[in-house]
Design a protein around this ligand. Structure first.
Ligand SMILES: CCN(CC)Cc1ccc(CNC(=O)c2csc3nc[nH]c(=O)c23)cc1
Length: 245
């Protein structure tokens, strides 16, 4: 799959593709990432990519024409039409369900806004999806685009190794993760829960499930509701939750 990023800061992108588990996905070409800088397609003498908003108001707006020229260059290079994703605070909040869809796709063209945003006419003419990272204000769309690339890359075959299979078939999907421990067993008075040292896999699995349920009930009751509605809570789960209340 291939992602083409329209960004004024291509230098922000590459460093994030060469570290950690996702390095393999990008280095192997499983996930091909290319950047297109609208400034390279600004044809006025000052190579302007932004200007003041009609109607007044603070900040600047990204101009349509450099964006359109960069988009056309990316589309020509891809050779086939692709979804055009605009990262915007006004977009749909990104979810793992949406990440899974992108991970199974041929990719997309990702438009990273800066300033107060991009001219609405670009959005009306070209944008097929608008995605937000959440209800907080960033300085641009590059980090959200990198978040999508990171989330998609780790779902590619061969990237996560055995952890992926565990995660996929583990019943914890959709709930908050349980606590994790490793060496040393003893850290002053902070001990590792005995059950994890017991070697009793059924007890360990039950303990981990109960921790996921407890943390989800405490911090994200919406996830409990969603799991219940999806029929993902067993009678044993419901009994444990009942004991929590
Ligand atoms: C005046 C109101 N602001 C909207 C909240 C203007 C504005 C602030 C920051 C931006 C830059 N942010 C993004 O491009 C962005 C792109 S995706 C995203 N997700 C969460 N939060 C974000 O700020 C973003 C764009 C417009």
């Amino acid at each position: 799959m291939r992602f083409d990023l329209l960004t004024l800061f291509p230098e922000l992108i590459a460093p994030h593709l060469v570290h950690g588990i996702n390095r393999r996905a990008f280095a192997s070409g499983q996930v091909d990432v290319r950047c297109w800088n609208p400034r390279d397609y600004a044809e006025d003498n000052y190579r302007r990519v932004d200007d003041r908003p009609f109607g007044g108001g603070p900040g600047m707006v990204m101009l349509v024409e450099p964006l359109e020229r960069a988009l056309r260059a990316a589309q020509a290079d891809r050779g086939a039409p692709a979804p055009v994703v605009h990262f915007s605070p006004a977009g749909q909040r990104m979810t793992q369900a949406e990440v899974r869809e992108w991970a199974a796709s041929d990719g997309a063209i990702l438009v990273c806004g800066r300033y107060e945003g991009i001219d609405q006419r670009f959005i009306d003419r070209h944008v097929t999806h608008e995605i937000s990272l959440g209800d907080f204000v960033l300085s641009g769309g590059e980090l959200p685009a990198l978040a999508l690339l990171d989330a998609v890359a780790r779902l590619q075959p061969g990237v996560l190794g055995d952890a992926a299979s565990h995660q996929q078939d583990s019943f914890s999907a959709g709930l908050l993760d349980c606590p994790h421990y490793s060496r040393p067993e003893r850290l002053g008075d902070a001990a590792v829960p005995d059950v994890l040292l017991s070697g009793h896999h059924a007890h360990i699995e039950r303990w981990r499930r109960e921790q996921s349920l407890r943390l989800s009930a405490e911090r994200r009751p919406d996830l409990i509701e969603a799991a219940r509605a999806a029929g993902l809570l067993s009678r044993q789960d419901e009994a444990y939750l009942g004991r929590l209340l």
